[in-house]
Design a protein around this ligand. Structure first.
Ligand code: GLU
Length: 272
């Protein structure tokens, strides 16, 4: 049975709650550790894509706004400022470890339109060949209801399929999927492995735990369903210590592993 350890191409998604403090300001310690860990995985021969949220959250912090803007132009403006700051920090931090990053900002049109989709795949392919680390976000400054992915959990499943990743790893603010609400139910247990994302599994999702990002457990489970059905292994784990990625890549248990399904085209193989 293939495990996460064997994944050569991985997509790592990090959420706003992991990248920012409760104050709304950037969590520099965590970001720099994430850059160090991903750089080392890259140096060890893995192909890494980072799907990073945080544009709006970091923009809110940098502009000293009281909270997330409620109107679209406000969010778009915060994202324009925050995306710039995010990439400045990633470029600096990955650069300290001798690695190169490239920014890709996407809207749904970019993957729905066949020609743009093909161009996008070509860009990813060339970035991998050049040894650069693609960093992806939704293009929040131009994105509106009609063309948005909605949240970066959905976006990361789309990206994982686009680049034919072996694994998609969500770094979030909970340890994984529980059988109940861990803060309210003493009996709630972490599920180490989910063989298939069924209706019963989807029903385990509670509401989003943070007000700084958009997604929650339900959007991650929906993304896990889409990715596993496309033959991609998925893990939801706690991003408070980005070193958890080493644990996973060394083949040790962490978070909840959603096993990929057979796709009939050679991808997948969770049943073995
Ligand atoms: N694209 C949004 C941002 O960078 C995040 C969306 C999400 O939290 O899923 O702020």
């Amino acid at each position: 049975m293939r495990s996460i350890q064997d994944a050569k191409r991985i997509v790592v998604k990090v959420g706003t709650s992991t990248l920012t403090h409760d104050t709304g300001k950037t969590n520099l310690r965590r970001m720099s550790r994430l850059a160090a860990v991903l750089s080392d995985l890259h140096n060890a021969g893995r192909e890494v894509v980072l799907v990073s949220s945080g544009a709006i959250g970091v923009g809110v912090g940098k502009l000293n706004l009281a909270g997330r803007p409620e109107d679209t132009p406000g969010s778009q403006a915060a994202a324009a400022v925050g995306q710039c700051e995010l990439m400045f920090l990633y470029d600096k931090m990955f650069g300290e470890y001798g690695n190169c990053v490239g920014q890709l900002l996407l809207t749904r049109d970019d993957v729905d339109n066949e020609r743009r989709r093909r161009n996008l795949i070509n860009t990813f392919t060339r970035l991998f060949a050049l040894g650069a680390i693609p960093i992806v976000n939704e293009n929040d400054s131009v994105s509106t209801d009609e063309i948005e992915f909605g949240d970066n959990d959905a976006l990361s499943a789309v990206v994982a399929k686009l680049v034919e990743a072996d694994a998609l790893i969500f770094l979030t603010d909970t340890d994984g999927l529980y059988t109940g609400h861990p803060q309210e139910d003493a009996q709630a247990a972490l599920l180490p492995v989910v063989p298939r994302v069924t209706e019963e599994i989807l029903a385990l999702a509670g509401p989003s735990g943070s007000n700084r990002g958009r997604g929650g457990m339900i959007t991650k489970l929906q993304a896990a369903k889409a990715a596993t059905e496309a033959g991609i292994d998925v893990v939801i784990c706690n991003g408070a210590q980005p070193d958890i990625l080493f644990q996973l890549m060394d083949g040790r248990q962490a978070g909840t592993w959603f096993r990929r399904q057979e796709t009939g085209d050679g991808k997948g193989g969770s049943a073995s």
